[in-house]
Ligand binder design. Structure first.
Ligand SMILES: [Zn+2]
Length: 231
């Protein structure tokens, strides 16, 4: 089967639904975000084009990669990165773990995407009804120990967002997991930019933008809530 986008794929970062980048038109943070948004819109509206998912694309990329963006998101099976942004092989540099917690290996992987692959955009993606967020909330209200030290360490990285959401509650109000999730997306973005001198320098120089966003499980829409840098 032939990839309908093969001709455009002569430029590795070209994708249907967006103007192909040319040497005179480098992939900026803003252009990368526009392409991500366009792909998500195709997915949301049930009109995906499934670009770059065929054997000829695979052969084209065998010699190297030039992804449009890096995506750091929750490992939840419903956040399948290439599907929800309607992209394909070579389009996204993807790093995921449960609850999108910013650990050292995550930072290193994203630094590689920025410094070696030159991605102009990092999307940090959380989602509603996140099991890791729910576990972090439960950890403050139950005495049940985590299943393992590793699980406990991961949950502990979300707990500060639970505490912040709890402090912000009106008297008598019930903690909303969505509020915790929103704070945790913000915390993940801030931890990434705050801990990585390489990433914060790229943002300061205008070469990189970091977008924190929430993915709605029911309708598939990616909704940005925090932007560090220019788009
Ligand atoms: Zn999750």
């Amino acid at each position: 089967m032939t990839d309908p986008s093969t001709e455009a794929a002569a430029s590795v970062d070209a994708a249907p639904g967006a103007a192909p980048a040319t040497p005179a038109e480098p992939l900026t943070p803003g252009r990368a975000w526009e392409r991500m948004k366009a792909g998500n819109e195709r997915f949301v509206t049930g009109a995906p084009q499934h670009p770059h998912q065929y054997s000829d694309r695979r052969a084209l990329l065998a010699g190297g990669q030039e992804p449009v963006a890096a995506l750091f998101g929750c490992a939840d099976s419903r956040l399948a990165a290439e599907i929800i942004f309607d992209v394909g092989l070579g389009d996204l540099f993807v790093v995921r773990n449960a609850g999108q917690v910013v650990g050292d290996t995550v930072i290193a992987s994203l630094e590689y995407a920025v410094s070696v692959l030159g991605v102009p955009l990092i999307v940090v993606l959380g989602h509603d009804s996140c099991g890791a967020v729910a576990t972090a909330i439960d950890s403050l209200t139950t005495d049940a120990p985590p299943g393992s030290r590793f699980l406990g360490d991961l949950v502990d990285m979300i707990v500060p967002s639970v505490r912040r959401a709890t402090i912000a509650l009106e008297p008598g109000a019930v903690l909303d997991p969505r509020a915790v999730g929103a704070l945790h997306i913000q915390a993940s973005v801030e931890a990434l930019v705050g801990r990585s001198a390489l990433i914060s320098a790229a943002v300061a120089e205008g070469r990189l933008t970091v977008v924190g966003a929430n993915y709605a499980l029911a309708d598939g829409r990616v909704d940005p809530s925090i932007i560090i840098g220019r788009l």
